[in-house]
Design a protein around this ligand. Structure first.
Ligand code: PHE
Length: 451
């Protein structure tokens, strides 16, 4: 038996179910509820859905298992984990930590918008012109910052309490609640008069609509939605004990995440069609179109409030995983206490978020050079379309060729009770399919730079 160098008293998950809820909580987020329906709406509906499903099976499962293997094997934060396995590869963990850092700084801004929309829907105060209301709110100098701060403080409050007492506990309550609420809203949506057109758009693929952009968007979305390529699953995996069945978890978690994305499509698209809105509306779908849809349906205010609460649960369970990545680094590498780590890290994230938020209004004329994007969009682009795929690509290379699949497989089969059923398939996927696919997508993402 190798590797007995366990860090003493490292925190760990209370149960297998708790880990699955926390990891699913990381995966299920704004990516599923906000991005997935609008990406499907924009990319021809069912064609996108089919492409996405294929990518989840080929890449999602492969990469998620890879991350959990690295995390559990090393019992360390992403930087420490890579470095422990190969002393030249610590940089890859660092890229991941920086990525998580940047994502949370703008993710928290959107999380704040969600809190604002819970309150506004509750008070019935969104007004007639939903777009004007939304743009007015996000462009204001102060109000969105307050909500950004509230969202960050709530995230901090959970991460303060640690792994089993904070993250796991919150996820075990919020995730099942989210699921139930989403099913209620989806049932409401598909039973609306006029929903069938939306259902057809969502479910009947028109393959003539397939193109390279569909592929790029689908793979980018797999990374973002499954929290891959930046070490979140390495971090969560590092709190796992040796007898956990990693393969099973790498199937269940993407399965749950995909179920939520599909349900979100059912909740959003039929309603959008039933009330005569455009599915290709883009990012505004959730904050502009949906409030109008809720207003037009019977008991819409109730469904609206339920919907935004569930979006909030989804967002905060993702945010805590993003915060935990940098926190784990500070605890493991800098030997700081958890509270100190969380406080310092979240404060810096909050400050970067201020600029992201202001770029929707006061700073909207300021563009990041080369990228030609505002601060908010630049953070999103650099993380989802550049850093996460690069992290994923390098991780596949690391697992397939540097550290080697044999070591990885040993880790999966560490406990004598656990079998690795898809071993041969996983080897092919991690060595050949994943790197090639990600490389292609990365090139096309970078192509958007010369827009
Ligand atoms: N997966 C989350 C979502 O779908 C976002 C996220 C990305 C969370 C990376 C953690 C790490 O919203």
């Amino acid at each position: 038996m190798e590797d007995k160098s366990k860090v003493q008293e490292r925190e760990s998950w209370g149960s297998s179910f708790g880990f699955i809820m926390a990891a699913a909580g990381s995966a299920v987020g704004l990516g599923n509820l906000w991005k997935f329906p609008y990406l499907a709406g924009k990319n021809g509906g069912a064609v996108f859905v089919v492409t996405y499903l294929l990518m989840v099976i080929l890449i999602g499962f492969t990469m998620m298992l890879g991350e959990m293997i690295i995390g559990r094997k090393t019992q360390l934060d992403p930087y420490g984990a890579y470095k422990k396995l190969n002393k030249n590869w610590g940089f890859l963990g660092s890229i991941g930590i920086v990525t998580a850092f940047l994502i949370l700084s703008y993710y928290s801004v959107v999380g704040g918008w969600v809190i604002k929309y819970i309150i506004a829907t509750l008070m019935g105060g969104i007004g007639v012109d939903k777009a004007a209301y939304f743009n007015g709110f996000i462009g204001a100098p102060i109000e969105p910052l307050i909500y950004h701060g509230i969202f960050m403080i709530l995230t901090v409050a959970i991460v303060f309490k640690g792994i089993s007492g904070g993250i796991e506990k919150a996820s075990k309550i919020m995730m099942p609640a989210l699921f139930i609420m989403l099913i209620i809203v989806a049932i409401r949506s598909v039973t609306l008069k006029g929903a069938s057109q939306g259902l057809a758009y969502y479910l009947k693929p028109d393959f003539s609509k397939f193109n390279g952009r569909v592929l790029v968007d689908a793979l980018g979305q797999v990374f973002f939605s499954l929290s891959l390529g930046m070490g979140a699953l390495i971090t969560y995996g590092s709190y796992l004990k040796g007898d956990e069945d990693l393969e099973k978890n790498a199937l269940i978690i993407p399965g749950l995440d995909t179920a939520v994305a599909l349900l979100a499509g059912f909740a959003v698209l039929p309603a959008v069609f039933a009330f005569g809105f455009e599915p290709s509306q883009g990012p505004g779908l959730m904050f502009v179109t949906l409030p109008a849809v809720f207003e037009a349906m019977p008991f819409g205010a109730v469904f609206g409030v339920i919907f935004f609460i569930l979006v909030f649960f989804a967002a905060i369970t993702s945010a805590i995983s993003l915060l935990e990545v940098s926190t784990a680094y500070c605890i493991d590498q800098l030997k700081w206490s958890r509270n100190k780590s969380v406080t310092i890290v979240s404060s810096i994230m909050f400050v970067i978020g201020i600029f992201a938020s202001l770029s929707m209004g006061v700073l909207s004329d300021f563009n990041i050079p080369i990228l030609n994007l505002g601060i908010f969009d630049a953070l999103d682009f650099i993380t989802s379309n550049v850093l996460m795929p690069i992290g994923g690509l390098l991780m596949a290379i690391f697992l397939g060729y540097v550290w080697g699949v044999d070591e990885a497989i040993k880790e999966v089969k560490k406990s004598p009770n656990v079998k690795f059923k898809l071993e041969k398939l996983w080897i092919v996927l991690i060595k050949y399919v994943a790197p090639v696919a990600i490389f292609i997508v990365l090139l096309s993402s970078l192509g958007f730079l010369d827009r």
